[in-house]
Ligand binder design. Sequence first.
Ligand SMILES: Cc1cc2nc3c(=O)[nH]c(=O)nc-3n(C[C@H](O)[C@H](O)[C@H](O)COP(=O)(O)O)c2cc1C
Length: 495
Amino acid sequence: MEEMSIAPRDLRDWIARVDAIGQLRRITEPVSRNEEMGAITYLAHQEIGAPALLFEVIRDTPKGFRALWNPIGSSVDRFALAIGEPTGLGVMELVQRCKTKFSTPIPPVVVEREGVPVNENHLHDDKVDLRGFPAARHWAGDGGEYIGTCDAIITRDPDGGWLNVGTYRQMVQGKNQVGLYLSPGKDARLHIERYWSRNEPCEVVMCWGIDPALFIAASQTFPKTVSELDFVGGILGRPVELVKGERTSLLYPAHVEIAAEGVIAPGSQKLEGPFGEFTGYYGRPEDYAFLVDVKAVHHRDNPILTHALMADYPANECALLYAVARSARIWNDLDRLGVPGIKGVYAHPAAAGGFGMTVVSLEQRYAGHAPQVLALAAQVPGGAYYAKWIIAVDEDVDPSNTNQVIWAMATRCNPVEDIDILRQTWSTWLDPAQNPPEERPYGSKALVNACMEHRHIKDFSRRTKVRRSVYESVSGRWRELGFTGTPPKLWSLQD
Ligand SMILES: Cc1cc2nc3c(=O)[nH]c(=O)nc-3n(C[C@H](O)[C@H](O)[C@H](O)COP(=O)(O)O)c2cc1C
């Protein structure tokens, strides 16, 4: 295990650390922006833990402009390096550490514009031309080239003044315009709608090559009244450095690869999509999305554009990201509500990029405790969006161990008594199970109580467990007994 407590300075520092542990693959053969980088990523990422891909020579792109695909991918170690933690941690240990970092926000600071990395190059007004950046058509049916997928989009709350940061896709709409897709209920969408209701434009900063800590915070649902920038600071253990915008009143991070300033005029929309989405399906058909006029682009020399492929697991960039960060968010929300006895939360990465299923492990302390946890885990801000399956298991079940969870569902759940349904819940236009598509974006959720029946908990059949003293004795003699490697860790033992 490599102890590394200081979080990376920027994307390039993180790439160097990832390279040092053999988790980066550089591709120096020329590739096309049109489906090829997407296809290569999908193929290379069929294997769990596959390296991040850095495409160094991209056709129809200026020499030196590069593209990094699936930075975190399905690698626990790459996530750990992003938040300044050591490699070699188990996924539940990483969830715990991420949870602690999310609880210690540090507000950003504003620094001088001159000399910061992102201000090495500028394009202003009619000099703006986005077509040189290595945007890409990820999937055959995509409606265009996407410049923003692994990104951070900054808007200002029109009333409160704080800066929201979200990860939202953008399609290139020509030389100096992009289409911005925002799902119902997302913070930037609520901002734009409020500016427009006053007939005012909405200013926006779009960061297109970002370090993974910014990505992690931008892609989580934090309370609507705080800035995600504070949580990036918490993850990094130091404040994010921002500089003043030139064409907007917004601020942008000094250490990103590319930051674009733009404006969304009242009523400005254009057809966008479809896009191969986190569900592993094309989302809604082509439809109207917010149209951003880009007024300035600031970028580093030889910038690296970050891309997130959306696909079935493990080739989905959302998946492990949400398995760790979304689980940490939900757990923090439950703690803040004062719910006792939570032993672990896990959003399974294979469930629609980590959005689809939440498993909570708890020590049942009172009648109704498990159903309470289910109802809250289903609807807390960190976990309410999309999730269809909310499963409660007892404390002796590791929520990240699929075999254990399925075992609990098959032995402790009595479907006729233990499944409840929530209806008309927060979802998206992208859910393929809601048909006809006009019925979207509402969803539903199944709450599955796979805990021992509380009424009979004292006389519930006893589970077979290995006695702790026996585990310690046999695991100490593991090699002697003829086994290789280390003995498996067991989540629960008999004391
Ligand atoms: C790679 C990736 C791409 C995403 N793309 C979109 C998108 O195009 N539109 C959207 O509304 N949400 C998208 N999301 C989900 C949002 O980033 C997420 O719900 C986040 O909480 C939004 O920020 P907000 O809570 O400040 O609105 C994406 C998430 C990830 C990880």
